[in-house]
Design a protein around this ligand. Structure first.
Ligand code: GUN
Length: 296
């Protein structure tokens, strides 16, 4: 049996359509449109592409915004000043600093500089704490996208055994907090680089979220027949047979498709959902700042 597809591209388009309507309604009511500021430090080519995609997607739903680029050798102090300027700017609803940062800048510090009310990445310690205590303000975009992808496809999460592979601050940990929240109610296990026994833990899981950061890490032997698999990874691997000499792949080996009941493709699975959730967080931030309800 070949797995059904968790189509993130289609669902993200749906979410963007709804957000476009919300934004249009607010603008008709006389509000300024939501706005997102992205700060990009350095010249990492993948980051430049991600930021451009975020910018384009935001513009399409009616979110205004800009990207501030800083040189790769910028100091932490220079970045702090840019973050504080965005915090103080009443025209900015959402603010994110693209990761990874050059090595002279400590990302933990940067997270704490961002105004928690504008922190659309959900990485400020206050927002991490709110999610951990079951009262999220901003849910980090990739975890929010993974859950939405499961829910929109009618996949029950409540009471089910979920294995999360990876414990990053941006995916694994917030996803564990999100899925184990009251009302979501999954039974969560985190597998990480010091864990053992994926051969035993993997097949016990009903849902596996692979966020290992390693191409094709999750193999068929780690997956129970009929499990649901969400692939968070995206990697470029050399492939002489491919027209461009490379292909995109995830953290899940292609052989898993034959064993899973549902699987998210790469590309077209979690990636578009991450961007859709960033737009949603920005529209939510605007709504709160303007004193209008979620969809108002
Ligand atoms: N780099 C890769 N993914 C992300 C993300 O979701 N947010 C930020 N700020 N940087 C990233």
């Amino acid at each position: 049996m070949s797995a059904s597809i968790l189509d993130g591209k289609a669902l993200a388009a749906d979410i963007r359509r709804r957000l476009t309507e919300t934004v249009a309604r607010r603008v008709e009511a006389g509000l300024r449109p939501p706005s997102l500021r992205v700060i990009l430090v350095g010249d990492d080519p993948a980051s430049a592409i991600y930021v451009r995609n975020k910018e384009k997607a935001a513009a399409k739903v009616g979110i205004t915004g800009d990207v501030e680029s800083l040189a790769a050798d910028s100091s932490a102090e220079e970045l702090r000043q840019r973050v504080e300027a965005a915090n103080a700017d009443p025209g900015v609803d959402g603010l994110l600093v693209q990761l990874p940062l050059p090595e002279q800048i400590d990302p933990a510090q940067v997270r704490s500089w961002i105004d928690p009310e504008k922190d659309v990445d959900g990485l400020h310690p206050e927002n991490v704490g709110l999610l951990a205590s079951g009262e999220p303000r901003f849910v980090p975009c990739t975890p929010a996208g993974c859950l939405a992808l499961l829910q929109a496809n009618g996949i029950e999460v409540s009471g089910r055994r979920v294995l999360i592979i990876g414990r990053s601050l941006i995916v694994g940990r917030p996803l564990a907090n999100l899925l184990s929240m009251k009302g979501v109610d999954a039974t969560v296990t985190i597998y990480h680089s010091r864990s053992r026994d994926l051969e035993r833990l993997g097949p016990q899981a009903e849902i596996i979220v692979a966020a290992a950061g390693q191409a094709e890490f999750l193999r068929a032997e780690h997956v129970a027949e009929g499990a649901v698999v969400v692939d968070v990874g995206i990697h470029r691997v050399d492939d002489p047979a491919a027209p461009k000499g490379y292909r995109l792949t995830g953290d899940v080996h292609p052989e898993v498709r034959e064993k899973a009941s549902w699987i998210s493709p790469v590309p077209g699975g979690v990636g578009p959902m991450t961007i859709a959730m960033l737009l949603k967080n920005t529209v939510d931030a605007h709504g709160r700042r303007m004193g209008v309800d979620g969809d108002g």
